[in-house]
Design a protein around this ligand. Structure first.
Ligand code: GAL
Length: 695
């Protein structure tokens, strides 16, 4: 459906009908006097902007009182943008309820686990399950859709904004009621719930549904399955709200695609986006870089995961920043080149749109120090020149629009259920970081120049030659069977410590760890060996000398298991640390300690070789360059991103250079933080050789 949107953008500011990538920002004209609006449209055209998201925080302006509506200013903006050839991704404007609503109905305000009300004064102060909020919000959605259904500027609907950013966990009485409804649908009977929650423990048995509450602040650790179900319910409650807005839009404007902006980034984990994606017409994502040692890899990882959620189809980068944000402890400006490089990494992973928060930097309000496309300094600025240059680069990349990602041969499984379950309290260690572990594997593959897809557990896993499932903690019977079949049919599976341990109810698989995966891996662990902060164990493992965080006392139970490395110090000295069981043409490997990105890069060659996976990059570029491939309409597009701050020569790749530079001898060279895109004719099927194996 993103193609519908792009086709509506065909007649851009210059009237050129070629399909193109979308480029733009959140646009908040209500913060500015009318004189600025015409100047905005002029500058948008100059920058190559062809889409803006309007109305995201406009509720109080559109509906100043319960029965008073003011659309005149928005009509004018929509007309102005249309006259400028700029499409509108129109928000439903429900993200932040106006003061009249919260004053009349304080019962829509969210409540924390400890019973504190989140008061108005910021934004998103509403309960996902409040019937009162929903009634008012859907009335607004209806009014917006009725008003703008036929407006020629309208190209897409933007439901609310970052659903769950501040209000995913609401512990109010509304939430308690909705949680009970959700639980009844899941379990049908109280007996089933009592079993799933293990309520024989600590005298928690329920004899009436009305006794059940959200996991509010308690004297000690709340019931783990109650906590897990509350996470599932909270994600579902917001998804249900998304559907309610979407249904109004589909009823009134069936031909206009609907999206909502996800937040696949950093530690945002409350919303199971793998499960939400089917509800919208195209996936959108917001991403902000948090400076740190793996920040570039994290950007790529997130974009890659968005592509996985979108099943490889193109998606929409709804927000990122031109430079600094305002919400980190220290807000660092981007360095020259980073604005374009960051944007193009998203495009490399399937974004057909590059948008920013926001168009014009606010003069007032909590985000006045957040960068924008037009900074406080105005258009006569390095930043606006970089914005305009990016607009022209995206223009050059127009042929990429609509192409899909070419599957890699390695898949990293990212599973929300395991993320939620593995990081719960009352565990062997509170230091486990699910996303970090997955990111470390990703960084290690990047360091070797090996392309990998980050995919959800629901993806078509069979297509990958090597499947890495770090901390796959929650393994229900069906998943265990799927993974076993995958290996038996020639696939190569790698998993790690704390995997296979529990079922979907968070009950431990008995008989020894790694529980559901024990037989497949051919090992048995009787007791976990988490390490204290700062402790490490030495390993007899080439390229991976130390482990931290976790250890396992492994007994090998199958004759086909090879020990790839052993502990050289600590409680398990001499025992296996990394194992691999050969199963026909496939294998199942287990890494029992945290090796970190460098250690994993040291280990990986021994896991890649049996799967027959090698780098597609020239030797000299491996590690310094990230390669991503999009494919469609008879061509492959190789995106080559310089991961370093030094120039990287890049000889040996052929193709037509769409963007990038060559040196005096005609050889491709990547300046620091730069990106090149090569177009090659698509000579047929590539990617996984599992089909070639007959697997
Ligand atoms: C997003 C949000 C935007 C803006 C931005 C700042 O979370 O959707 O409205 O606040 O962050 O980085």
């Amino acid at each position: 459906m993103i193609s519908t949107l792009l086709s509506r953008l065909q007649h851009g500011p210059d009237g050129d009908p070629t399909p193109r990538l979308a480029y733009g920002a959140d646009y908040n004209p209500e913060q500015w006097p009318r004189e600025v609006w015409a100047e905005d449209v002029r500058l948008m055209r100059e920058a190559g902007v062809n889409i803006v998201s309007v109305g995201i925080f406009s509720w109080a302006r559109i509906q100043p009182a319960p029965d008073e509506w003011d659309f005149a200013w928005l009509d004018e903006i929509m007309d102005l943008l249309h006259a400028g050839g700029i499409g509108v991704d129109l928000a439903t404007a429900t993200a932040s309820p106006p003061p009249w609503l919260t004053t009349a109905h304080p019962e829509i305000l969210p409540v924390t686990a400890s019973g504190e009300t989140l008061w108005p004064g910021a934004r998103q102060h509403w309960r996902p399950t409040s019937p009162v909020f929903r009634e008012h919000a859907l009335r607004l959605v209806r009014a917006m859709a009725e008003r703008y259904a036929d407006h020629p500027a309208l190209v897409a609907w933007h439901v609310s904004n970052e659903l769950g950013c501040h209000n995913v966990y609401d512990y109010s009485d509304d939430a308690a009621r909705a949680f009970r409804v959700w639980l009844r649908a899941r379990y049908s009977t109280l007996d089933a719930l009592n079993h799933a929650w293990g309520t024989a423990f600590w005298s928690q048995r329920y004899s009436d549904w009305e006794q059940i509450l959200p996991p509010r602040l308690a004297a000690s650790h709340p019931n783990p399955t109650q906590q897990l179900d509350f996470k599932r319910y909270s994600s579902d409650a917001l998804k249900e709200y998304l559907r309610a807005e979407r249904d109004v839009l589909r009823e009134l404007t069936p031909d206009v695609p609907v999206t909502t902006n996800f937040m696949v980034m950093g530690g945002t984990k409350g919303m199971n986006y793998a499960d939400w994606a089917a509800e919208i017409d195209f996936v959108s994502n917001d991403h902000y870089v948090v400076p740190g040692p793996q920040d570039r890899d994290e950007l790529s990882f997130s974009a890659n995961l968005v592509s996985g959620i979108s099943a490889g189809r193109p998606w929409f980068l709804m927000e990122h920043s031109t430079s600094a944000v305002n919400w980190q402890p220290i807000n660092v400006a981007k360095r020259p080149g980073e604005l374009a490089r960051d944007s193009l990494v998203h495009v490399a992973h399937g974004a057909d749109a590059v948008c920013f928060f926001q168009w014009r930097q606010s003069a007032a309000g909590a985000e006045k120090y957040h960068s924008a496309m037009v900074p406080h300094a105005g258009p006569d600025s390095e930043l606006f020149r970089a914005v305009t240059a990016l607009g022209s680069t995206l223009r050059t990349l127009a042929p990429v629009a609509g192409t899909e990602r070419e599957p890699a041969r390695v898949g990293i499984v990212f599973d929300w259920e395991s993320w939620w379950a593995s990081e719960q309290d009352s565990h062997p260690t509170s230091r486990l970081d699910y996303r970090q572990e997955a990111l470390d594997w990703y960084s290690a593959l990047l360091a070797l120049g090996v392309r990998a897809d980050v995919v959800t557990a629901q993806a078509e896993l069979d297509r990958y030659d090597l499947l890495i499932a770090p901390v796959l903690h929650m393994v229900p019977t069906a998943l265990a069977k799927d993974l076993t079949r995958y290996v038996e049919q020639g696939g190569h599976l790698v998993t790690t410590y704390f995997s296979g341990v529990v079922d979907e109810n968070d009950h431990v698989w008995l008989g020894g760890y790694p529980g559901a995966l024990r037989e497949l891996l051919g090992i048995r662990v009787e007791e976990f060996g988490p390490l204290l902060d700062g402790d490490a164990v030495e390993l007899d493992l080439d390229g991976a000398p130390t482990g931290s965080l976790w250890t396992d006392r492994i007994t090998v139970t199958d004759l086909d298991v090879d020990v790839l490395g052993r502990y050289r110090s600590g409680a398990h000295t001499g025992l296996p640390a990394v194992t691999r069981r050969t199963v026909g043409r496939g294998s199942a490997a287990y890494v029992s300690t945290r090796l970190g990105a460098d250690g994993l890069a040291g280990l990986l060659p021994r896991l890649l070789t049996p799967a027959g996976v090698t780098s597609e990059l020239p030797d000299a570029a491996r590690g310094d360059v990230e390669l991503t491939v999009r494919r469609g309409s008879g061509a492959r597009y190789l995106f080559l991103v310089n991961r370093t701050d030094a120039p990287v020569p890049l000889a040996g790749l052929d193709g037509e250079l769409l963007i990038g530079r060559k040196d005096a001898d005609g050889a491709l060279v990547l300046p620091p933080r730069d990106v090149a895109v090569l177009r090659q004719p698509d000579r047929g099927r590539r990617g996984s050789n599992r089909c070639r194996n007959g697997g």
